[in-house]
Every structure is written in C-alpha cells, then in structure tokens.
Design a protein around this ligand. Structure first.
Ligand SMILES: [Zn+2]
Length: 277
C-alpha cells in the first residue's frame, strides 16, 4: 500500500502513524523491533545529514532490507529535504515519500518549489510532504511566531496538490525548555479547512496527552527524532562510564534496548487512541 493510501485509511479510523528518524544500524534496529513487537506500521525517516553520514544507497537499502527482515509494514521518507535535487535523488533511489521544506521561503516560493516536487513525485507514485509556518529548527528561537494559518493552508494545498502538510501549532525541533502548549483550536481550524494529511514535527518531549489530542483533532503523522538520539547516546555514556568492554556488539544492544522501549511507548500513544479510553 502506498503511504498516501495508508494515510487515508488511518484518518478514517482517527489513528496516527509514527515517523521516526534513524542514524545507524542500531537505532533502526530499535525502531523496527518496537514496531514488530507492537504490530504497528512505521515511517522511517532520513535527513540529509543522515544520508551524508551513511551514504544514500547504503541508508536506503539498510532500511529496505531491515523492514523486510523484521516483516514490518513501513515506508522510507526523506525528512526536511531542502532542495529539488536532493528530492530527485531520493525518488530515483526508491523512497516512498519525500518532504520538501521551503517553509522559510516566502509563501509563493514555497508553493512554486512544492508544486515542482509534487509534479516530479507523480512519476514515482510517491507521497509528498511540505511545511507551512514556522516550526523552530534546532538552534532557532522556539518562541518565534509563525503559526500555520487555516486559510493559507487551504490555499497552499489547493495550489500545490501536496499529500501531507507539516503545520506549526506550537511544537519545535529538539528538546523543550518548558512543556510545549499546542494550539489545538488552531489545529481544528486547519483540519476543517483542508483534507490534506497533517503532520506534527517536533514530537520529542510532547506529553502523551497532547499527542493524543492532536491526533483527535486531525494530526495523522507524528515525527520523533531527538528523543531517539538522546536515549541512545545517554545509555551508551552511562554504560561506558562504568565498563571497560571494547566489544561494541556487547555494548550497543543496551542502548538499542532503550530505543525499543522508547519507541514502543510512542507507538502506544499513536495507535488506536479510542481503544485506550
Ligand atoms: Zn521536522
């Protein structure tokens, strides 16, 4: 099933889907073990820096072969693609889905590049995600204004034909200094204004209840990245502080296990929320 079709299925059941970034074999293994053990679908995301770290064919085939190995229903997605060229490379590689992030460009430029990407992706039957509004990136001011406006969202989707839209409703990338407060009223308005699949970036550190409410009000895809890197590295540091082991195959699984637990928890939140109440 194409990711675009999965979104429609999930939305009809008011379910969400988790999209997690991975950085190496171990973090990918952790994510997939969690998806497998909870029998949940998953979106595996690569940023440009992760692609540069592993190499595009390696990162892609690792994800592809591990999805098959674990028997998990999943899709491979480019997260925050910032150029047409990168998007094109990923589509050629076989990605199921790409994000073109021109959110920092003027509205009409964002429409122009997103439209070009949508046209290109049609040849591959791939899903396209764009971003509208200001979702602070790592190191950017988290209080920066620029929430997504419902009317603009509607115009943007109509003009571009994009499948999924990342909206700015109060989340930010990285960890939060204080608990993020999502503007759920605004989310409902955006959701009523357009049929597009809505995406929440900056899911790390957003309380479970807020994530559930966001799904209730129309968010379908929830991105989690920072928490995965964080728990993996913190666990490794703790382990190595008291351990002289040099066989990485004996050290890394402890950190991978923590990724599994973390992702299982997130999957619990985004699966059928109605069943949990
Ligand atoms: Zn993001």
């Amino acid at each position: 099933m194409k990711l675009q079709e999965k979104f429609v299925e999930l939305r009809s059941k008011q379910q969400g889907i988790l999209a997690t970034n991975f950085y190496n074999f171990e973090t990918l293994e952790g994510v997939l073990c969690a998806a497998k053990s909870t029998n949940q679908p998953i979106i595996l995301q690569l940023t440009e820096s992760s692609i540069n770290y592993m190499g595009l064919p390696v990162a892609f085939s690792l994800a592809k072969s591990m999805l098959a190995h674990h028997g998990v229903e999943g899709w491979i997605h480019l997260d925050h693609g910032d150029s047409y060229e990168l998007v094109a490379q990923c589509l050629d590689m076989g990605f199921d889905s790409v994000m073109i992030d021109a959110s920092e460009q003027p509205f009409k430029d964002n429409i122009a590049i997103t439209s070009r990407v949508v046209k290109l992706a049609e040849n591959y039957g791939a899903n396209v995600e764009a971003e509208l509004g200001y979702i602070a990136k790592l190191g950017q001011d988290k209080d920066g204004s620029g929430f997504t406006q419902p009317e603009e969202a509607k115009q943007f989707v109509e003009a571009t034909g994009v499948n999924a839209l990342a909206v700015a409703i109060g989340t930010a990338h990285g960890f939060y200094d204080k608990e993020p407060k999502l503007d759920l009223g605004l989310l409902s308005k955006i959701s009523n204004a357009t049929e597009v699949t809505l995406v929440l970036h900056g899911g790390s550190g957003v309380p479970a209840e807020s994530l559930r409410q966001a799904i209730d009000r129309g968010i379908c895809k929830i991105n989690v990245a920072t928490e995965i890197k964080n728990i993996f590295m913190r666990t490794l540091k703790t382990k190595l502080a008291t351990n002289e082991e040099i066989d990485l195959r004996k050290v890394f699984p402890t950190a991978t296990d923590q990724v599994i637990e973390l992702v299982k928890g997130k999957l619990e939140i985004v699966r059928n929320i109605k069943d949990q109440r």
